[in-house]
Design a protein around this ligand. Structure first.
Ligand SMILES: [Zn+2]
Length: 82
């Protein structure tokens, strides 16, 4: 896997369209497993440690916000001045 991508980070900057190409030490799921991504090589790519960590952090935020918040359904305290 890392060999296929030449051990270069596959992350492309969206603003400049230039690839990172740092030494890739991580294999990343393009579509994360919890969103239905497969372990197939077509869903895997090489990333450097920095970009993999950033992507994983973003996905963790998304996974958290997808969890329904029970507190939303708790009845609000009535405002006595209304
Ligand atoms: Zn990178």
């Amino acid at each position: 896997m890392l060999v296929r991508d030449g051990r270069a980070c596959q992350h492309v900057r969206t603003d400049t369209q230039t690839p990172c190409l740092q030494l890739a030490t991580h294999v990343d799921h393009i579509v994360p497993a919890f969103e239905g991504g497969s372990d197939d090589v077509s869903n895997l790519r090489a990333l450097c440690e920095y970009h993999h960590r950033r992507k994983t952090a973003r996905e963790a935020n998304r996974a958290r916000s997808a969890v329904p918040r029970r507190t939303l359904h708790r009845p609000r305290r009535m405002n006595p001045y209304l």
